[in-house]
Design a protein around this ligand. Structure first.
Ligand code: FO1
Length: 323
């Protein structure tokens, strides 16, 4: 059988944390250096005085094949001696930084303080780990996701990790986003891309900070190749994380269709990938003017990540040809 995914020349993937990183890994297996992953930085924060970028590091470790397979984030085989010592001192311990992971944050913080920007730092980290795909922060200016909840305004990681997403979410805002812009490297990647793929990341927490970045939604609307998204909602439930809870709290129907509608409200969306259990929603997606693809979207191992990546790439090829 002809491998149509080979027709794709260069692809930009937009991703948040664990779910996005899984598809990014499948795309990396299929495309190698013909891939740029643009990652949400709204989750970034300072902890123990260090700049921590959880979504960037999750993609970094996944592409390098060294991520913790159970959690999806952090490093495989990690020890936590520093965290245990911090606990003895009575320091902050609600965010679990492993010893190996700590090296990433120490080096990043040192390099940022020396005057490099986040894109340059991530280039050094991914190159050192042998990753040939581009791994790009969405912006070099800080954007910080703030959760407005029934317990007040919480910085993202305090809501997500410390409070385990328990407060009821009322709304979100992305502090600093008005002054931020996509990096030149992100814009250059889009210039050479034949298609854009939105990974199955939380549409509100992970994709919105990217899609609402001034200049990026406009650039994506002007993008001439196909733009395709993969649903993180399967059978009315989030594969991982709080997407379903958040959608319910925002008064949105928890369905793959609602995800397609949300993204299509931000950018032009040409294709949408739904899980087989949501096949009944394909007609409604098509009636939005979006080409649906129904396939198995659950990624539990290397083969399923690569299989889904190739299916999504084939959809982009089909949409390019029919344009
Ligand atoms: N998620 C947790 O639920 N608890 C943690 O203690 C935690 C630590 C952590 C350390 C490094 C890192 O890169 C990610 C980490 N995450 C942790 C995941 C992360 O906070 C979230 O998955 C993302 O921010 C949401 O995309």
């Amino acid at each position: 059988m002809k491998d149509e995914s080979r027709d794709a020349s260069f692809i930009v993937a937009l991703a948040g944390g664990v779910g996005g990183a899984k598809l990014a890994y499948g795309l990396y297996r299929a495309l190698g250096e013909r891939l740029a992953v643009v990652v949400n930085t709204g989750d970034d924060f300072v902890y123990w005085g260090l700049t921590v970028c959880p979504d960037l590091d999750t993609v970094l470790y996944n592409l390098a094949g060294i991520n913790n397979p159970e959690f999806g984030w952090g490093l495989a085989g990690e020890s936590h001696a520093a965290l245990a010592m911090m606990r003895r001192y009575g320091g902050e311990d609600w965010f679990s930084l492993g010893d190996g992971d700590l090296a990433t944050h120490l080096l990043r913080t040192e390099r940022l303080r020396s005057g490099l920007n986040l894109t340059q730092v991530m280039f050094a980290l991914r190159t050192a780990l042998g990753i040939t795909a581009e791994l790009l922060p969405m912006s070099d200016q800080p954007v910080r996701t703030m959760v407005h909840s029934d317990e007040g305004v919480l910085p993202f990681q305090r809501y997500f990790v410390q409070r385990r997403c328990q407060p009821r979410l009322l709304s979100l805002d992305f502090a600093g986003i008005e002054a931020a812009q996509p990096s030149p490297q992100v814009l250059a990647a889009l210039d050479k891309a034949s298609a854009v793929i939105l990974c199955p990341s939380n549409p509100y927490l992970s994709l919105d900070p990217i899609l609402l970045l001034p200049g990026l939604a406009e650039r994506l609307r002007a993008f001439t190749g196909p733009v395709v998204a993969v649903s993180p909602i399967v059978g009315g439930q989030a594969i991982k994380g709080p997407a379903a809870k958040i959608m319910a709290e925002l008064g949105v129907e928890v369905s793959a269709l609602a995800v397609a509608q949300h993204i299509a409200g931000r950018i032009r969306l040409d294709g949408f990938v739904l899980d087989t259990v949501d096949a009944h929603l394909a007609g409604a997606v098509a009636s939005l003017g979006i080409t649906p693809l129904v396939t198995d979207t659950i990624m539990h191992d290397v083969a399923s990540k690569e299989r889904l990546a190739r299916a999504v790439l084939m959809l982009t090829t089909k949409l390019t040809r029919s344009a």
